[in-house]
Design a protein around this ligand. Structure first.
Ligand code: A3P
Length: 344
């Protein structure tokens, strides 16, 4: 079931739509360029290496390039940025619930949009959903603040996101070993659907260490946003999944302040922060009917909303990765993050 209800802030999905412009020539021009880039085996799709040094399947790289040339940021825009499987669904839920808390009261969680659409439909990806299928969406009518998401590294963000000073970026990263295991699980589901053999976790770890994970290398991605955060803390918020798990309420308060919507004393007294944390928790979100029965259309066909919820715990890598693979990843992390001030 994909929801038929639409909201004013909701963007169009993959469906063809008479109002949406298309520009097949622009998409083709970027597809031709991406075709000239070096390719490598990936965990699911073949990966292309952009000359900025990052890897992605062709269709997403083309989407990112079209977004770069067509997306016009507004000063009030808020962009969620992350690597896949780092807690994107969670931070999207927290940001959406925080920004829209007056319209959709988290205390009355039964009426909340999360009962009909997934956080991925509340906050759409630029390169996966909006700039895909030859479409150039008209995003002008969306109410402020517009919320979008991306998996591209900082260097590849649509340039107006970077140059529009007050447009904000919320980044979340996660321990590389847990990010890897979560990615491996997720992509094996798509391999099964495509009739491919499952990838072993050993092979997935090798590809990950070689930077051949979607939007990887992992370390470049995290460092890119970390440095942007250090240089412009008022523009780039930097969260870690593990710290969010330890104290979600503190993160919701920081998020609200960062986007210019701090919680008032009355809201604190009414327990609004705790209500947002509860509503967006793994237990609540994964149990919703919209999660269990809902799906969202993608280039690969419908994806069940439930796929974005697996275990949601810290340190599950220990159940899957060999000590050697873990040591190899830790060694790369130590070497790459040395002197950066970053401890993941
Ligand atoms: P696991 O596979 O380790 O369980 P993304 O949203 O970036 O695709 O990341 C998915 C990961 O975040 C999955 O991790 C998923 O279970 C976890 N996750 C999804 N929603 C969550 C939530 N509300 N709270 C905590 N973790 C969540």
């Amino acid at each position: 079931m994909s929801s038929s209800k639409t909201f004013p802030w909701q963007t169009k999905g993959q469906e063809a739509d008479a109002e949406t412009e298309t520009n097949p020539e622009l998409y083709q021009r970027f597809a031709d360029l991406v075709s000239s880039f070096p390719t490598s085996e990936g965990m699911l799709d073949q990966l292309y290496r952009h000359d900025q040094g990052w890897h992605a399947p062709k269709v997403n790289m083309v989407g990112a390039m079209v977004a770069d040339s067509c997306f016009a940021a507004r000063p009030s825009d808020i962009i969620v940025a992350s690597l896949p499987k780092s807690g994107t669904t969670w931070i999207k839920a927290l940001l959406f619930a925080t920004v829209h808390r007056d319209e959709y009261r988290p205390a009355d969680a039964d009426d909340h949009p999360f009962h009909s659409v997934s956080p991925h439909e509340c906050i759409s990806f630029l390169e996966f959903r909006l700039y895909s299928g030859n479409r150039i969406p008209n995003l002008d009518k969306l109410p402020d603040p517009r919320l979008f998401a991306t998996h591209v590294p900082f260097v590849a963000l649509p340039r107006t996101i970077v140059t529009t000073t007050s447009c904000k970026i919320v980044y979340v990263c996660r321990d590389p070993k847990d990010t890897l295991v979560s990615t491996w699980y997720f992509l094996n589901k798509f391999r099964a659907r495509a009739g491919m053999d499952p990838l072993t976790v050993e092979r997935a770890a090798e590809l990950f260490c070689d930077g051949l994970s979607p939007f990887g290398p992992y370390w470049d991605h995290v460092l890119g946003y970390w440095r942007a955060h250090l240089a412009h803390p008022e523009k780039v918020l930097f969260f870690r999944y593990e710290e969010m798990q330890r104290d979600p309420a503190a993160h919701v308060r920081r998020l609200a302040e960062f986007v210019g919507l701090p919680f008032g004393a009355g809201e604190e007294e009414d327990g609004v922060v705790a209500a947002i944390v509860r509503m967006c928790s793994f237990e609540h979100m994964s149990g919703l009917k919209a999660t269990k029965d809902g799906s969202m259309m993608t280039k690969d066909g419908p994806i069940a909303n439930s796929l974005f919820y697996r275990r949601g715990v810290i340190g599950d890598w220990v159940n899957h990765l060999s000590p050697e693979a873990a040591r190899r990843i830790d060694a790369i992390t130590q070497a790459r993050f040395k002197g950066s001030g970053l401890n993941v």
